[in-house]
Design a protein. Structure first.
Length: 366
């Protein structure tokens, strides 16, 4: 075997890329001294584009198909190579395969909250995250602006840049959309499409990339704003404030009765609320009338009679403690400013709640 035969054996005669990576966008075909055999077969599979580069200049581009390389289908390279004696000798060129299928499962999210002005809640901090897909649409621009001389180019190498572009575009979108935070969830579809189009304007012409799909999965708000939204939703479900107050009164009575540590003052308040609730349930009982019938908690200084002597003054809390300990009973004489004279405690306005009626005797066992 002569030297020329050996050299021809080392030249490339099949150029192809069997892509087994999900995120590889550009791959450079390895070759011996950049030499490709005349008549070599080029195989470009579905979802691929082949680009020939010679002397740092972009030459011919091939779409899907199988080609026998010659001067007929390499017109630009033939001009750059400048063969003086035809196209019989091997030629030098770098071959880049560009994946034109969509790269999926790419994620984006706002690392820091985005501040927006809401018509109902004022300045609000929101966070967002979602997914997007990536696709190469202009191989020449992609090779020129991003790949350079790299032997391969992965989607991860541009994901940081794309996430930054998406985040900045999202901040502009929520600031100018005029959509309230309450209505974000119902507008995810329209906002996602608006965000996608705005991002494409920044990456299409500059990097030769397309974003076929971009979705906003969630927009979250601070905890205090979510609580305010929950409160507003609850009020919307309640509707009738009078009925809601009646419901609260009814719920508070058993709670107060089951709380012995709360003191008799809480029991008195609960009893007064129960009276107001009963008044509302009676025919002709209106909201304003029912509230007016609730006896106020006694205030001021109270005096009691102990061993024939006036003792005091006592506050309401001290009277509650005295009644609970047995120091003061329902027949203990009491007096406070505004009263004409001494009266038993159970007859004083507001003090009767300190002495709930005793339960009836249990039924006899037969």
């Amino acid at each position: 075997m002569g030297f020329m035969d050996k050299l021809r054996g080392e030249l490339v005669d099949i150029i192809e890329w069997v892509d087994d990576g999900r995120h590889t966008i550009v791959w450079r075909f390895p070759r011996y001294h950049n030499q490709v055999k005349n008549g070599a077969r080029l195989v470009v599979r579905p979802g691929q584009t082949a680009v020939f580069v010679h002397g740092g200049k972009l030459a011919d581009v091939f779409g899907m198909g199988t080609y026998s390389l010659s001067s007929k289908n390499l017109p630009i390279l033939s001009t750059l190579q400048g063969w003086k004696h035809g196209f019989d000798s091997p030629f030098k060129a770098e071959v880049y395969f560009v994946s034109t299928r969509q790269v999926t499962d790419l994620k984006w999210g706002t690392p820091n909250p985005v501040i927006m002005r809401d018509a109902d809640f004022g300045p609000v901090r929101v966070r967002a995250f979602g997914t997007y897909t990536l696709k190469a649409v202009d191989p020449k621009t992609l090779l020129t602006e991003l790949v350079g001389t790299d032997s391969s180019f992965e989607a991860d190498e541009i994901s940081v840049l794309l996430r930054s572009i998406i985040n900045n575009t999202f901040a502009d979108l929520v600031a100018s959309s005029g959509i309230s935070v309450i209505d974000f969830a119902s507008n995810y579809g329209d906002m996602s499409e608006s965000l996608r189009k705005a991002v494409i304007e920044r990456v299409d012409d500059e990097y030769g990339l397309d974003i076929p799909q971009l979705y906003i999965v969630n927009i979250s708000m601070p905890e205090e704003v979510e609580k305010a939204l929950d409160a507003r939703s609850s009020m919307g479900l309640i509707g009738d404030l009078d009925r809601y107050q009646q419901y609260q009164l009814g719920q508070s009575i058993p709670v107060a009765a089951e709380n012995p540590a709360g003191g008799l003052a809480a029991a008195g308040v609960g009893l007064g609320m129960g009276m107001a609730y009963a008044g509302n349930m009676m025919p002709g009982g209106g909201r304003s009338g029912a509230i007016a019938q609730v006896p106020p908690i006694p205030a001021g200084a109270w005096h009691i009679v102990e061993h024939g002597q006036s003792v005091g003054p006592f506050t309401w809390a001290q009277l509650s403690a005295a009644a609970a300990s047995g120091r003061m009973g329902p027949n203990t004489l009491v007096w406070t400013a505004g009263m004409e004279g001494w009266v038993p405690a159970h007859r004083a306005v507001g003090l009767g709640t300190l002495f709930p009626p005793a339960p009836p005797p249990p039924p006899s066992q037969v």
